[in-house]
Design a protein around this ligand. Structure first.
Ligand code: BGC
Length: 349
């Protein structure tokens, strides 16, 4: 079968390969891949900056944002042939650590977790894959191909959960949120914020095109510039989705009293900026502000993401999936156009 594979940490090594059928050891559920979303992590892996091959192997099959159709299930399964499903990315570490032991593998403490398509376990960008039922999440069949947005939606569902858990250390009734970045993660974070009834503002650099339109269509506000609008009130929540150092500190500086900043953007690092660390500390202490990093997602977050997508306007989600590329032209999926939001590779039909 076809699979997009890469030699981790070697730039220019990605290629469409002919590989063996998925191993039975991956699980009794056989899934036909329909589509796989491409994100910054895939681009990083393809550029040779990230990624781990499975033990004893050189190449890793890419793809962690998947949508597939069930082809085979074991007897007694709650899945049925034809179900539209998404495979969870992370697998708990084998020790397991305290968090992995209770299904909170997104908080793995010893780093021995694996991630499909990223870390030591083949991904979903192959014609078929195998999986165990406990790592499969069903999506609303009415979503069709748009179910491919579930993995990024799970990541932001986790971010919102962190915000609410931390906020509820005291009375927490947020009214306003700023989301930085109008890429897929930012837009899905804004979608969930609006669904929660918050007044959401999304900040990005572009002044026209599909991103401002998608934000407006949600009933949220779109702006360029800083977290704090001139003369505006500081937001109760900031979901930072760019990893841009200046914005990260802007968020910490300008979140409202008792507010929560959730950082979801993975920066490349290696750059320095000037920060008034003492001033920042002073305002964070005197206003009880919290900053939290958030990565990955466990099953609870996939289920929350699936609910958010099922409630969302289909036309809006369809515009978020801005380009669909057939697997044979996978290289086109890596080139970002100005109106690209989420680009997906279509594998089957
Ligand atoms: C994925 C996460 C993963 C992270 C780090 C992200 O792109 O969405 O599931 O944990 O990369 O590998």
């Amino acid at each position: 079968m076809k699979a997009l594979t890469v030699l981790p940490l070697q730039a220019g090594s990605a290629r469409l390969d002919e590989v063996e059928e998925p191993p039975e050891s991956d699980g009794p559920v056989l899934v036909e891949t329909l589509a796989v979303g491409i994100c910054g992590t895939d681009i990083e892996i393809i550029s040779g900056a990230y990624g781990w091959a499975p033990p004893g192997r050189d190449r890793l099959t890419l793809g962690h944002e998947s949508l597939g159709r069930v082809l085979e299930v074991p007897e007694g399964s709650s899945l049925v042939v034809g179900d539209l499903v998404v495979g969870i990315v992370r697998r708990p570490d084998p020790v397991p650590c305290g968090n992995c032991a209770v299904g909170e593998w997104d908080f793995c403490r010893n780093g021995q977790y694996t991630e499909r398509g990223i870390k030591a376990h083949d991904g979903y960008l192959s014609e078929r894959y195998r999986i165990t039922e406990d790592f499969v999440v069903k999506v609303d069949p009415a979503l069709g191909i748009l179910g491919v947005l579930l993995e990024p939606a799970s990541v932001v569902a986790k971010a919102w959960e962190q915000v609410h858990r931390i906020g509820s250390r005291a009375h927490f009734d947020p009214k306003t949120a700023v989301v930085t970045g109008a890429g897929p993660i930012g837009l899905l974070a804004a979608l969930i914020g609006v669904q929660m009834g918050l007044d959401v503002t999304v900040i990005d650099q572009v002044t026209e095109g599909v991103k401002p339109e998608l934000v407006a269509a949600l009933g949220a506000t779109y702006r360029t510039g800083s977290i704090l609008a001139p003369g505006g009130e500081p937001p109760d929540v900031v979901i930072e989705c760019t990893g841009v150092d200046k914005l990260v500190f802007d968020a910490m500086e300008h979140v409202g009293p008792g507010g929560v900043v959730c950082l979801t953007g993975v920066s490349s690092g290696g750059r320095s900026i000037d920060v008034d660390a003492g001033g920042l500390n002073r305002s964070m202490v005197l206003e009880n502000e919290a900053v939290v990093g958030s990565v990955n997602a466990n099953r609870r977050h996939y289920e929350a993401g699936a609910e958010a997508l099922a409630k969302a306007d289909r036309g809006w989600l369809d515009r978020v999936v801005s380009r669909r590329v057939p697997i044979d032209s996978w290289e086109d999926a890596l080139k970002r156009g100005p109106d690209d939001v989420k680009v997906i590779v279509e594998v089957g039909s």
